[in-house]
Design a protein around this ligand. Structure first.
Ligand SMILES: [Zn+2]
Length: 336
């Protein structure tokens, strides 16, 4: 397992965010032992002050985020989970927010594409990552900032330009995305090891910012694990990401229960991404779908586009979507 923090030099914590060590004090359980002490030394008082700060640091962002559109509040999720689903043309990339005619054009295009951008983080540490943060980096940054979070990485569900951005080429407009975050914010870019070359060429991501992901690799964001599963079929670099609470230090062998799966263009409610593009394979997609069928029915899936519903579950897709039982021959006959 590797941690985001181990993998790159972390950008400075913004001034409005209390220092990370306040969170460490809270985590290590010092609060209880210090509170029980009858002798309030200078060190004790400092710890109490730090913990008070930690309380506000924890509670206020959660409270503030209630008012921000796109941020998902679900009482079944762990309270520390920060999760947002941002739709282009609605929460970001809205043409009335454009600063120039060129940007208005890009935003209009983004609205047609109906991309979902996701933010996943931990309220307690203030860290969050952006998945597929294309089209409107500034709009995404403003939502992250308003929620009191700090962006620490860009993760691509796959290499297509509407998810990571593209350079201006042969008369095509440049689409903002990963390059903007990597260059201007100094955060790393994570993508499947099978899509690195495409990402570099298409979106001009500096090589030194790229962190290739292997099948099964896990990254930590605060107290949450992101586990990447290679799901080729729509593209060579397609992955789904499972979000789970990290096993606690006290019980490191505990099985983490997955909270959700971000599916990119691998699986939409009722359909899947195109299978007629360079790097697509109808046959490989069949095996990917069989792999996804193994997950629990109750597991939520969150897709890369808003073509149909905003989310679904493995069970619903087994019942009426592409995860229903089907032979390989039938699949190929229908899709090939
Ligand atoms: Zn795609």
């Amino acid at each position: 397992m590797s941690s985001l923090i181990d993998n790159y030099s972390r950008p400075e914590v913004p001034q409005h965010w209390p220092a990370a060590r306040t969170v460490e004090v809270y985590r290590e359980g010092d609060l209880r032992s210090q509170k029980q002490s009858q002798h309030h030394s200078a060190a004790d008082m400092k710890t109490v002050a730090v913990c008070t700060t930690s309380f506000f640091a924890t509670v206020l962002p959660v409270f503030a985020s209630v008012l921000i559109p796109g941020i998902i509040h679900d009482s079944t999720y762990p309270p520390d989970l920060f999760f947002a689903q941002l739709l282009t043309g609605e929460h970001i990339s809205s043409s009335n927010m454009a600063h120039s005619n060129e940007e208005r054009e890009i935003f209009r295009f983004g609205a047609q594409m109906q991309n979902f951008v996701y933010l996943v983080g931990d309220h307690r540490t203030g860290e969050c990552v952006v998945f597929d943060g294309g089209w409107d980096p500034q709009g995404i940054r403003e939502i992250v900032r308003s929620a009191g979070m700090n962006l620490v990485a860009f993760i691509a569900t796959h290499e297509h330009w509407d998810h990571i951005g593209r350079r201006a080429l042969r008369g095509q407009t440049r689409v903002p995305g990963a390059r903007d975050f990597v260059v201007e914010d100094g955060i790393p870019f994570f993508i499947s090891e099978h899509a690195v070359d495409t990402a570099v060429m298409q979106a001009q991501i500096p090589h030194e910012s790229i962190r290739p992901l292997k099948d099964g690799q896990v990254l930590q964001v605060g107290g949450f694990d992101l586990r990447f599963v290679l799901t080729q079929g729509h593209s060579l670099g397609s992955m789904v990401t499972l979000v789970a609470e990290s096993p606690s230090k006290k019980n490191p062998d505990a099985m983490a229960e997955n909270i959700m799966m971000l599916t990119g263009d691998t699986l939409f409610p009722g359909s899947c991404g195109r299978l007629d593009l360079k790097g697509s394979s109808v046959e490989t997609m069949y095996h990917t779908l069989q792999k996804l069928r193994q997950y629990p029915d109750a597991l939520e899936i969150w897709p890369g586009h808003g073509y149909s519903a905003a989310k679904s579950t493995i069970g619903q897709e087994k019942y009426r979507g592409l995860l229903r039982s089907m032979s390989k021959e039938e699949w190929i006959r229908r899709m090939g």
